[in-house]
Design a protein around this ligand. Sequence first.
Ligand SMILES: Nc1ncnc2c1ncn2[C@@H]1O[C@H](COP(=O)(O)OP(=O)(O)O)[C@@H](O)[C@H]1O
Ligand SMILES: [Mg+2]
Length: 364
Amino acid sequence: MLLEQLSISHCRVIEKAELKLSPRVNLICGDNGSGKSSILEAVAILSRGRSFRTSRITDVIRQNEEAILIRADSHDGENHFRIGIEKSKTTTRIRVNQQDINTQAALSRYLPITIIDPNSIELLTGSPSIRRSYVDWIAFYLFPEFHSIWQNYQRILKQRNLCLRVPKFISALPVWTDELIKAQLQIISYRERSLELLNPQLAIFADQLLEGHSIKLKLTSGFAQAMDLSVESQRAFYLERQETDIKSARTLSGAHRADLQVLFNDQIAQHSASRGQLKLIAIAMLLAQSRSIDPDDKRKGIIAIDDLAAELDGDNKVRLLSTLRGLNQQLLLTTTQSELIPLHDEDCMFHVKHGKVVLNDSSV
Ligand SMILES: Nc1ncnc2c1ncn2[C@@H]1O[C@H](COP(=O)(O)OP(=O)(O)O)[C@@H](O)[C@H]1O
Ligand SMILES: [Mg+2]
C-alpha cells in the first residue's frame, strides 16, 4: 500500500496541510513543536482510529474546532482508494471511495501502518496487552477472518464473566466455558501462525541492527501453568479454578491473558538486554511486524518513525538508516535534523513550521 496524497485538517497545531508523498522516503523536518508528530498522528488516526500518543480524540482536535478530518489517496499496486475519516468528540465518519462505511476495521484493512516512536520500548517493558496487540495486528492483516474470530472471543469472554459475577446466571457457566475453550483454541492457532511468519523476519532485522545477537518470540498461553491445551484438559482446569474465578468476578486464564516472551540470546530480553538494546529490539520487532504481513511482496505496509534520531547513537543510527533504505517500503520519517538522511531522487523532504507544511523543492 502506498499513500500518494495526504490531506490533514484541524489536527493539533495543523490547521490544514496537504502532502504529496513519495513512494520511498518522506523526510518531515522542523523544530520542536512545529507539528511533525501531528502529521504521523493524523496518519495513525486514519489507519487505526486513534493516535499513538493519546487515546482521547479531543487532545488531537485543534483547539476551537469541532472535528479532525484526514483524507488520503492510496493505491495497492492495482487499485486506487480514496479514504477519509472525520472525528468529532462524539461522532466518527469513515469513507472509502465515496461510500460511508461503519467500522474502523474496514478502513484499517486499506492501510497497514507500523509506527515507531520513542515509546516503542514499551513493547518490551509495558503490559502484556501491548504484546498481544502486536501479534494480533499481524493476524488481522494476514487472515481476513481473524478479526471476527477475535471479536467473537471478546463477546464470549464478556458473557462468561457475567456468569461469574451475577449469581442468577451461574447455571450458564459451563456453556460459556466450552465456548471460550473453542474460541481460544482458534485464537492461539492464528497467533502461532503469525509468529511462524514473524520469527524469520525478526532474525534478519536482529542480524542487521543487533550485530548477530538473536531475538526470538514465544507465545505463552495465558494459563498460569504449562499445561496441555486439549479441550478436556482446559475443561478440567476451568472447573478446578471456578471458585477463584467467581471470587475475582472474571476469567483469570485464557487467550486474553496470553503474552509474548521476547528472548534475547535465549534469555528474557527485559532482564538481560541494556536499555539501548531494548530500543533496538523493539525497532527490529516493529520492522519485522511490517514485513511479515507481506510474504509475497504484494501488500507492503507503511513505516512511520517519529523522531528517529533522538535516541539512537551514531553507529546504531547509521545501521538503522541503511536497514530502512533496504526495505523498499514507503517511509515517513520525522526529525529536527534535515541533514539526517542523504536523499535520493525519488524521495521528498517536507518542512513544517507552526503547523504549515511545505515541500522542499530541492529534494525532488
Ligand atoms: N489540540 C491542539 N490544538 C492546537 N494546538 C495543539 C493542540 N495540541 C497540541 N498543540 C500544539 O501542537 C504542537 C505540537 O506539535 P507536535 O506535532 O507534537 O510537534 P513536533 O513533533 O514537531 O515537535 C505544540 O506546539 C502544541 O502546543
Ligand atoms: Mg514530535
